[in-house]
Design a protein around this ligand. Structure first.
Ligand code: CO8
Length: 265
């Protein structure tokens, strides 16, 4: 399936259960216009439909990338954004949608990842970057701050000193520095980037999907709750997963010394 929304290309690889959303405004370095934000949500909704009526979980992972080879996303569309009187309450919606999406979302970052684009990547479950990518919060140069949780996210991941440095100076950092600070999961050589991301996503999509979904909810719960509440939540997820066919399949495959075949049931 390849579908073209106005500013997002939607692809689905049935063999692996992997959806790909390509932000497609390369002439504006994939800056987040209102249309692009809406199309990311619409694209995710299209992909989620793959699970309707499916026996088990069909959609296993989503890749979010930018078209054009120069940017993942250069942030909010400066012209459009500055004209928004509300400062973009609607702009939060695609971030929330990614965070709440049941399947893991992988940000495939190749090039500039700035401002609201960086916040979009931070809302994803994984950030995989090519070595020539750069990250930053240039909002301060426009007299604003990252308004979609970027300072919160970076503070939680890398500490307040790094968050303040990025958001107060507006300077870009390299993928290597982002890696040192824990802001990305992996950095790959530019010429191996596509193949490495493909391998990562294929592995992710092959894991037991209900367990993967539960782990996403558990990790997000840990960020936003106390330890006791988080452990109680994990216990309830664990009990649910013990009753799944995937758990029985995983255990059987281990005993029979073979690869498991998970169906998300
Ligand atoms: N918005 C609109 N257009 C953009 C943007 C953008 N953010 N970034 C780049 N473009 C456009 C340029 O205007 C240019 O268009 P044209 O060819 O028509 O002149 C084209 O993309 C190519 O850009 P450049 O010629 O500038 O390319 P360079 O390689 O010289 O520079 C940079 C690349 C460094 C990325 C540079 O374009 C730049 O600094 N862009 C602006 C980055 C920025 O400030 N982003 C932050 C925006 S604010 C934000 O994201 C706040 C989010 C808050 C969310 C709030 C929710 C409540």
């Amino acid at each position: 399936m390849v579908e073209s929304l106005e500013t997002v290309l939607v692809e689905y690889d049935e063999d692996r259960g992997v959806g790909t959303l390509t932000m497609n405004r390369p002439d504006a370095l994939n800056a987040l216009s209102a249309q692009l934000r809406d199309d990311i949500v619409a694209g995710l909704e299209r992909l989620e439909e793959r699970n309707d009526g499916a026996d088990g979980v069909e959609l296993r992972a989503v890749v979010l990338e930018g078209a054009g080879g120069k940017a993942f996303c250069a942030g909010a569309d400066i012209g459009g954004f500055c004209g928004e009187s509300s400062g973009g309450s609607s702009a939060r919606s695609h971030y929330d949608f990614i965070r709440d999406f049941p399947a893991p979302v992988v940000a495939k970052v190749d090039g500039y990842c700035l401002g609201g684009g960086f916040e979009t990547a931070l809302a994803c479950d994984f950030r995989l970057a090519s070595e020539s990518s750069t990250f930053g919060f240039p909002e301060v140069t426009l007299g604003i701050l990252p308004g979609a949780g970027g300072v919160q996210d970076v503070t939680k991941i890398a500490g307040p000193a790094v968050a303040k440095e990025l958001a107060m100076t507006g300077e870009h950092i390299s993928a290597a520095r982002a890696d040192e600070e824990g802001l990305v999961n992996r950095v790959y050589a530019d010429d191996e980037f596509d193949a490495e991301v493909d391998d990562f996503v294929t592995d992710l999509a092959g894991q037991a999907p209900l367990a993967v979904q539960a782990i996403k909810r558990s990790a997000d719960m840990a960020v936003n709750s106390g330890l006791e509440e988080g452990i109680a939540y994990d216990r309830s997820l664990f009990q649910e997963l013990l009753r799944t066919e995937d758990h029985a399949e995983g255990a059987a495959a281990f005993s029979e010394d073979r690869e498991p075949e998970f169906e998300g049931k």
